[in-house]
Design a protein around this ligand. Structure first.
Ligand SMILES: [Zn+2]
Length: 75
């Protein structure tokens, strides 16, 4: 299975519905994108996921932390 946001083939089942067979929740171990199997195609299909929200896995290590972590105060 391919991640809709980063196109990595690193998606696994995170959990399933309390009532069996209702939905499956998936998580991408590359970008941590999570989604339910019942969400519309723009949230589940790499081909229709909004291009503006796509990310490149190579850029993940240099992405800004939000909220930013302030510098440590010594003393
Ligand atoms: Zn991903």
């Amino acid at each position: 299975m391919i991640c809709p946001r980063c196109d990595a083939e690193n998606v696994r089942v995170l959990t399933t519905s309390p009532v069996p067979g209702r939905w499956i929740m998936y998580v991408c171990d590359t970008c941590v994108y999570t989604r339910r199997s019942t969400e519309p195609s723009y949230a589940t299909d790499p081909a229709t996921y909004p291009a503006a929200f796509k990310i490149d896995p190579a850029e993940i290590p240099t992405m800004a932390a939000i909220p930013p972590v302030p510098p440590r105060r010594d003393g």
